[in-house]
Design a protein around this ligand. Structure first.
Ligand SMILES: [Zn+2]
Length: 223
């Protein structure tokens, strides 16, 4: 089987999967008719104002989701335990397709995961979400170039995000500007390293936006 043939087969499988999941997950609680970014903003407002609803986390939703998923949103974010997307956006089962690595560092596996959500599941929005006081960013900015962190795997992660940070402002204790730069760099990476995502953006099948989560307030700023 040629590479082209194999790739065409993969896309066919993805499309068939998407067809199955879309028909299986229509529900009154679906957010399909709303702007997905507004839904995230509203959920974050509930979270910060102590008015969380914990929506779509009941047995009915569990049963519905066992048949398939059609999340509107892909969140590409840091693995940090203080920034779980479903909690900070007050969302439920099947609402958010999460791709998380420390510092939201991207590689082929992470990009492929985003592609799957867009192509097979029909996600409409990709949100790359950074956060203040990120440990991965701190490691990248404070470990001298050429010096090991002590692990070749963490070295690779740090090396991959360092160029996008663009700043080493010692006065910025929470690494806020570096985190924003890291988000913008990840958005650029997704566009540059995925023909599938670039095409979906051109065809306006998906939007890509950036955001920053503030650890001290729980607020997310989306741009
Ligand atoms: Zn982090």
């Amino acid at each position: 089987m040629s590479f082209t043939h194999a790739f065409a087969s993969l896309i066919l499988v993805l499309q068939l999967t998407a067809a199955c999941t879309h028909t299986a997950t229509q529900s009154p609680a679906s957010i399909t008719d709303h702007d997905a970014i507004t839904t995230l903003r509203d959920g974050n407002h509930r979270f910060t104002s102590k008015q969380t609803l914990h929506p779509r986390q009941d047995q009915a939703r569990l049963a519905e989701m066992s048949k398939g998923q059609a999340p509107e949103v892909v969140v590409v974010s840091c693995s940090d335990s203080r920034v779980p997307p479903e909690i900070v956006f007050d969302q439920g089962l099947g609402d958010i397709f999460s791709v998380r690595t420390a510092g939201h560092a991207l590689d082929a596996y992470a990009v492929g995961s985003v592609e799957y959500a867009v192509e097979a599941l029909g996600a409409k929005v990709i949100l790359v979400l950074g956060h203040t006081s990120c440990g991965a960013i701190k490691a990248a900015l404070t470990t001298p170039v050429g010096v090991s962190t002590g692990s070749p795997n963490i070295d690779q992660l740090v090396k991959s995000i360092r160029p996008g940070l663009k700043t080493a402002d010692a006065a910025d204790k929470e690494f806020i500007q570096a985190a924003k730069n890291n988000v913008d760099a990840a958005i650029a990476y997704l566009k540059q390293h995925s023909a599938l995502i670039s095409r979906a953006l051109e065809q306006k099948k998906v939007k890509i936006v950036g955001g920053l989560y503030y650890l001290n307030t729980g607020e997310v700023a989306i741009w």
